[in-house]
Design a protein around this ligand. Structure first.
Ligand SMILES: NC(=O)c1ccc[n+]([C@@H]2O[C@H](COP(=O)([O-])OP(=O)(O)OC[C@H]3O[C@@H](n4cnc5c(N)ncnc54)[C@H](O)[C@@H]3O)[C@@H](O)[C@H]2O)c1
Length: 459
């Protein structure tokens, strides 16, 4: 190990190192809290002054981060936040946790990473460790981040250290959190890997070193592509079951009893969240540069992307049974967060379903205990009246008033027995309502028998 690396390692082991986190969102705030809890003086840097103020007031805006913990760390002087990259000059380590979305063209939008790295580069000093955590295409750390950091004259691997370590946090998961999910770490050289591993091992139970940043970048994309492709398969099987009149939920649940060689994935109204619908396209974009066609990724994207349309078709069928059309009907959507028990609506398929229903003339309402307000720019609002919406209180009267209720996200706090009992018709895309009922139309399962034989054509 070089003398500079040795010195930083000593500072990390003795907890004298000052740690920084750029981007205090779903990933960055929990990490900053873990580092501060581990005993490092930690500074969070974010361009959003509201988040910075919230942290400095000792409050939390991320459900998985306990407010009392933030308050205690701030009070003890171990955690603070700022909008100024000037703080970098006082830090020994810095983790970058900024967004990596897609552009409309499905190309990577690297502007947030560029902004963060340029901010750090202005105050980079010898002996620092920089770790990129944002999910991104293989090659980013060495091809994109390293040249920006070296622009001021310092050399990676000599004057400062550089690694990639993917974030694997699963918001809302009560069992696995930043602390107990193994951390994959790939540095640009052995010193960088060792230093990043040492920093994380103060706060995280298990470190998995790999041979390069590129391997670490690829690990994350494999994990998320695995999910996107398997959800795509589950959705295709659901469409098949729907056509064949077989209950896909019963099929997957029974298949999951096989103790080896099978892992259950369930269908749904489409992909959501900041990761699964986006990350595979970072990989296919990069592969395309080498003339490689990522067929599984494209196919899964196309199946998953079509699910909101299929759900709207189910709504039309359910209304048809009542001799109603989507146009003019009141449709109550249950759950707009992209998955259960969280408040994150990024890329949520519920927004697509609501927009499609709105475009077809439905009076769209929603209820989500975690999302009190949806502004028009969140859900697009079709091309007629673009309006903000407020979550409906989920009362028996509100359910009974709707022509159709659509369960898109199955938050656990909702009383689904009440929904089933009160609704005229329910489209259940999550198997939230157990058993078969005359008013429940499940995604990927036989629908209820029609009350009357459909009218036969007269010969
Ligand atoms: N949310 C997840 O479940 C999850 C899981 C694994 C990996 N990731 C990845 O982690 C990264 C961060 O995701 P997130 O969900 O925490 O995003 P987020 O939007 O919740 O938080 C990002 C934060 O970065 C800040 N920011 C943006 N540009 C900045 C800049 N130039 N300088 C300083 N701050 C800046 C934003 O204000 C925001 O507070 C993404 O690459 C994402 O793909 C997210």
């Amino acid at each position: 190990m070089s003398p500079a690396a040795d010195e930083l390692l000593d500072r990390i082991h003795s907890h004298r190192a000052r740690a920084g986190v750029v981007g205090l969102g779903y990933v960055g705030l929990p990490l900053a809290v873990e580092l501060a809890r581990a005993g490092f003086h930690t500074v969070g840097i974010d361009v959003d002054p509201r988040k910075v103020d919230a942290v400095n007031r000792g409050t939390s805006y991320i459900p998985d981060v306990r407010e009392a913990e933030v308050a205690e760390l701030v009070r003890a002087g171990r955690l603070k936040a700022t909008t100024s990259f000037g703080a970098v000059s006082t830090l020994d380590t810095i983790n970058i946790c900024v967004p990596t979305p897609l552009r409309k063209t499905k190309d990577p939008d690297m502007s947030y990473v560029a902004g963060a790295v340029d901010g750090i580069a202005q105050h980079l000093h010898p002996g620092m460790l920089v770790i990129l955590e944002s999910t991104t295409y293989p090659g980013t750390t060495e091809e994109f981040v390293q040249p920006k950091l070296e622009a001021g004259g310092l050399k990676a691997g000599v004057d400062f250290f550089l690694a990639f370590s993917p974030e694997r946090v699963d918001p809302g998961n009560p069992t696995f959190n930043t602390h107990n999910v193994p951390k994959v770490v790939g540095g640009i050289d052995p010193d960088s890997t060792a230093l990043a591993g040492a920093l994380y091992s103060s706060a995280i139970e298990r470190i998995v070193p790999v041979s390069s940043p590129q391997v670490a970048e690829m690990v994350k994309l494999l994990e998320n592509t695995f999910r996107a492709v398997n959800i795509g398969l589950a959705n295709e099987i659901a469409l098949m079951c729907d056509r064949l009149g077989v209950d896909v939920w019963e099929v997957v649940t029974a298949a999951a009893t096989k103790p080896f060689g099978f892992m259950p994935f369930f269908p749904g109204p489409g992909l959501g969240g900041h990761c699964i619908p986006i990350d595979p396209f970072y990989l296919s974009w990069k592969a395309k540069q080498s003339g490689f066609d990522s067929r599984f990724i494209e196919l899964a994207g196309s199946i998953n992307g079509a699910m909101p349309h299929f759900v709207v078709g189910k709504v039309a069928d359910a209304l048809n049974r009542q001799q109603k059309s989507i146009n003019g009907s009141t449709v109550l959507v249950l759950g707009v967060a992209y998955k259960r028990d969280i408040d994150d609506i990024r890329e949520s398929p519920s927004l697509d379903v609501m927009t499609l229903l709105d475009q077809k003339g439905a009076n769209v309402l929603y209820s989500d205990p975690y999302v009190p307000v949806l502004t028009s720019d969140h859900w697009h609002g079709g091309d007629k009246i673009v309006h903000d919406l407020t979550s409906e209180p989920l009362t028996a009267a509100a359910i009974a008033k709707a022509d159709c209720v659509v369960i898109l996200t199955d938050h656990r706090v909702v009383d689904y027995a009440m929904v089933q009992a009160e609704a005229k018709a329910v489209i259940d895309t999550r198997n939230a309502i157990k058993g078969h009922h005359a008013n429940v139309f499940k995604l990927g399962a036989p629908g209820p028998a029609p009350a009357h034989e459909p009218a036969k054509a007269v010969a």
